[in-house]
Design a protein around this ligand. Structure first.
Ligand code: HEC
Ligand code: HEC
Length: 152
C-alpha cells in the first residue's frame, strides 16, 4: 500500500522540467503590452535568448518588414526588461537565425509533427501566431492539453 502511495511523488521527481509553461514575468512593463502586442501577442521573454532580444530591439525600424520604432524611454525600459528575463538555459537561449522564436532549434523540434500545410491554414496564418493553436499562449501555457489546431 505504502509503495503505491509514493508512486505519484516519485513520478514528480523524475519528470524533467518542461518548456510547457513560460509565464510572463509579473514585472512586465505597461509599455511592453502597449508597444509589442498590437501586431502579435506579447511574446514571453523566456522564449528567446539575450542576443536575439538585443538584435530585435536594435532593429525595430525594420522589424520583419514593418516599422516598430519606439521613443527612447520605452526603448530602454523594454530592452532592459527583455534582457533581464531572457531565456538562460542553453536549449532556449541558443542564437536563432532571423531573431525568430519560430526558427529556434527547440521550436522546430517541438513542432516537427505539425505538417507544412497546417501552418498556412487561414486560422493559423503563421507559426508566429502561437495563440492560433495554443489556447493559453498569452498566459505562457504551451502544453499538450491546451492545444487546439484550427481545422482550416
Ligand atoms: C507594427 C507591427 C509590429 C509591432 C508594433 C511589433 N511587431 Fe514584432 N513582428 C511583427 C511582424 C509582422 C512579425 C512577423 C510575424 C510573422 O512572421 O508572422 C513580427 C515578429 C516578431 C518576433 C518573431 C516571431 C517569430 O517568428 O518567432 C518577435 C520576437 C517580435 N516580433 C517581437 C516584438 C517586440 C519585442 C516588439 C516591441 C518592441 C514588437 N515585436 C512589435 C510586427 C510587429
Ligand atoms: C499550428 C499550431 C501551432 C502553432 C501556431 C504553434 N504551436 Fe506550439 N505546438 C503545437 C503542437 C501540435 C505542439 C506539440 C504538442 C505535443 O506533442 O506535445 C506544440 C508544442 C509546443 C511547445 C512544447 C510544449 C511541451 O509541453 O513540450 C512549446 C513550448 C510551444 N509549442 C510553443 C509555441 C510558441 C511560442 C508558438 C508561437 C511562437 C507556437 N508554439 C506556435 C502547435 C502549434
Amino acid at each position: 500500500m505504502k509503495t503505491y502511495f509514493l508512486l505519484p511523488l516519485l513520478a514528480l521527481l523524475v519528470t524533467p522540467v518542461s518548456a510547457a509553461k513560460m509565464a510572463m514575468p509579473s514585472d512586465v512593463p505597461k509599455t511592453y503590452e502597449a508597444e509589442c502586442a498590437s501586431c502579435h501577442m506579447a511574446y514571453q521573454p523566456g522564449l528567446l535568448g539575450q542576443k536575439n532580444w538585443q538584435k530585435i530591439m536594435s532593429g525595430l525600424d525594420n522589424h520583419f518588414g514593418t516599422d516598430a520604432s519606439l521613443d527612447a524611454k520605452a526603448q530602454t525600459e523594454i530592452t532592459q526588461w527583455l534582457l533581464k528575463n531572457a531565456a538562460t538555459k542553453e536549449k532556449y537561449s541558443a542564437l536563432s537565425p532571423e531573431n525568430r522564436i519560430t526558427k529556434t532549434a527547440w521550436f522546430i523540434r517541438k513542432h516537427d509533427e505539425v505538417k507544412a500545410d497546417v501552418w498556412k491554414r487561414a486560422g493559423v496564418k503563421s507559426p508566429a501566431n502561437c495563440a492560433a493553436c495554443h489556447t493559453d499562449a498569452a498566459k505562457g501555457v504551451f502544453n499538450e492539453d491546451n492545444i487546439r489546431i484550427p481545422a482550416k
